[in-house]
Design a protein. Structure first.
Length: 478
């Protein structure tokens, strides 16, 4: 049975709770490793913010997303009284299989823009007690739940918690009654025509995707949209059978964790573009007033973040302590691979991307034309701007490290997010680097040809959260 009350992530000081019977209020909450998404979600594409590798999409374009020209102009007047109301207070749902804050519906008065609403309710502001929702089938093992809670709390402490993040982990043949009841409170069970349908885990599975989205009543009006990681249990999902068999359970768990971090950082990226879609205008499945952010940036930045975050918190992860692997990710180790004959420490370190110098060297060999036989990448170009055409997805992380090397990690993780809403990606790139995309590609390719190993200080030795104050970001202005 579901119960309503204070969550471990909330206090009465932070929010007054509406202790109401579930369903009384019309409220709702709305992607390297195991983050390889299979997108069958309706609504926005699984990466205007998400989807790292090998995505497929059967997403149906939402009518509200068909024309960028119909969207609000960037730079709307932020003065005056907000022309919207919230339909009640957040509801906290706590049960054996739910740890959830359901955000209230936004009801708009007149032509108030999504930007105005999101800025006013703090959607782009990091919080220590965010409105997140974590759901599980009853059959999900305790260890997976424990690692999920450990990693997500560390993410909130490190980069900040951003509202409206929903993550469900489930067995299609399991007991999903609690999770379905909560999703029903989100207004999730509606078809593409906005008509209610019976709640079922089969519908959830048909829309599986991480990271994608959900919206109240499948409306995608912008005001009531959420990031949604809709994830069948990776410990049993047939999609990951090869990985489980070849990596083993311990290494694969780190793979899962890497995916969680990657996808959550996509949610962070989305938060700072407000109503604008994080991607290119030609991306599939609609979108709103795209920022023009190329795939190599959206995905590559969301690879740099887990690489450094997991390096920084590696020894404090519960799974690391359980396995006695402290120190395995320290000092940019040089590894022999992640094959079954290698020690567990090396396999875990490889899977967690701790060997940064080796990744740089692999990218340099590829761009110099000395890569492995299977290597397609011979340099960065406009092909890397779209997932449908990229040939260097395995090296885009290094291009993002290069941006930080040219300026700072503060520029990569704060300044670009602060300016991309108002200036678009190309405008923000010009402001902070004085480069066009083509100039950047040419400069980076030459840099990689000239440097078979990374120069000193290319990779940081300090913790990322000591180089970047994630909590002072001020996006969506200007």
């Amino acid at each position: 049975m579901l119960t309503l009350g204070p969550s471990g992530r909330t206090t009465a000081v932070h929010r007054s709770l509406a202790l109401l019977v579930m369903g009384l209020l019309g409220v709702a909450c709305s992607s390297a490793s195991v983050s390889d998404e299979t997108d069958t979600e309706t609504g926005p594409p699984a990466d205007q913010a998400g989807g790292s590798e090998a995505e497929t999409s059967t997403a149906t374009q939402d009518p509200s997303e068909r024309a960028d020209s119909e969207d609000e102009a960037v730079g709307d007047d932020q003065s005056g009284t907000p022309g919207f109301t919230l339909d009640g207070e957040p509801i906290v749902v706590v049960s054996d299989n739910a740890d959830c804050v359901i955000s209230p519906r936004v009801i708009v008065d007149g032509d108030t823009s999504v930007n105005e609403v999101f800025r006013d309710i703090g959607m782009n502001v990091p919080k220590s007690d965010p409105e997140h929702c974590y759901l599980f089938s009853a059959e999900i093992p305790d260890d997976l739940r424990r690692h999920h809670a450990d990693v997500h709390q560390k993410l909130i402490d490190y980069v900040g918690g951003y509202d409206r993040y929903v993550h469900i982990t489930y067995e299609t043949e399991g007991d999903n009654s609690e999770a379905l009841e909560v999703l029903d409170q989100f207004g999730y069970f509606y078809d593409n025509n906005g008509q209610p349908v019976d709640p079922s885990i089969d519908l959830v599975y048909d829309r599986r995707s991480c990271l994608s989205g959900l919206s109240r009543e499948n409306n995608y009006d912008g005001y009531n949209d959420f990031s949604f990681c809709n994830q069948p249990n990776p410990l049993t999902d047939p999609m990951w059978e090869w990985d489980r068999e070849n990596f083993g359970s311990d290494v694969f768990m780190y793979n899962i964790i890497n995916g969680w971090v990657h996808e959550y950082y996509h949610h962070v990226q989305r938060a700072h573009t407000l109503e604008r879609s994080l991607g290119m205008p030609a991306d599939c499945c609609g979108g709103r007033n795209h920022t023009g952010s190329p795939a190599w940036f959206v995905e590559g930045q969301a690879q740099v973040f887990p690489t450094l975050f997991l390096r920084d918190v590696f020894d404090d992860l519960q799974i690391t302590k359980d396995l006695g692997l402290e120190g395995a990710c320290a000092d940019d180790p040089r590894l022999n691979g992640n094959g079954p004959d290698q020690p567990l420490r090396e396999r875990v370190s490889w899977q967690t991307n701790c060997n940064m110098t080796q990744k740089f060297e692999a990218a340099s060999r590829a761009i110099r034309g000395e890569g492995d036989e299977w290597e397609e990448c011979t340099g960065f170009s406009e092909l890397e701007e779209m997932r449908e055409t990229w040939i260097c997805p395995g090296h885009m992380e290094i291009l993002n490290f290069y941006l930080a090397y040219l300026t700072s990690f503060e520029t990569l993780f704060i300044s670009l997010h602060e300016d991309v809403w108002a200036l678009g990606f190309e405008g923000a790139l010009d402001k902070h680097f004085g480069l066009t995309k083509d100039e950047l590609y040419e400069q980076f390719n030459q840099f990689m040809r000239d440097n078979p190993t990374p120069p000193e200080d290319f990779f940081p030795t300090e913790r990322l959260d000591e180089l970047v104050d994630f909590w002072v970001i001020e996006s969506g202005v200007g």
